[in-house]
Design a binder for this molecule. Sequence first.
Ligand code: RB5
Length: 148
Amino acid sequence: MKIGITNDHAAIELKKSIAGYLRDKGYEIVNYGTNKPEAFDYPIAAKALCKGIKDGEVELGIAICGTGVGISMACNKHKGIRACCCSEATSAKLSRQHNNANVICFGARIVSNELANDIVDAFINTPFSQGERHINRINMLKEIEDEQ
Ligand code: RB5
């Protein structure tokens, strides 16, 4: 599976840690974030990843800023993106099962490297349940997008 990862200036070290962790497991990782300490605004980091997903370059995305909040807000502005900001693995798992989330977000100032790995594992290894009620609700999200 090809996975995209993006980050602002607050999350360079955590991004590198997760990318290394996933590469060691055999995943192909595409970096859409910054590696420079200068300020890099999270909406720009989010936009690059979301384009990668919409263009089919990567299947799933990981987006990290200081808290995970700003970058998740930015990702969710993009049509077809369902981003989940969470700080534990259960929400990450259920965001795939119930919401078919395609981007997981968290904060480098909030979670440790080890917890981030657990969150990412839960996210990547859980398929969408394909349940009819969940499909209906995701279609309702699409309707909201189309109404904008
Ligand atoms: C950057 O200092 C910080 O505001 C950003 O990484 C993020 O936490 C915003 O939500």
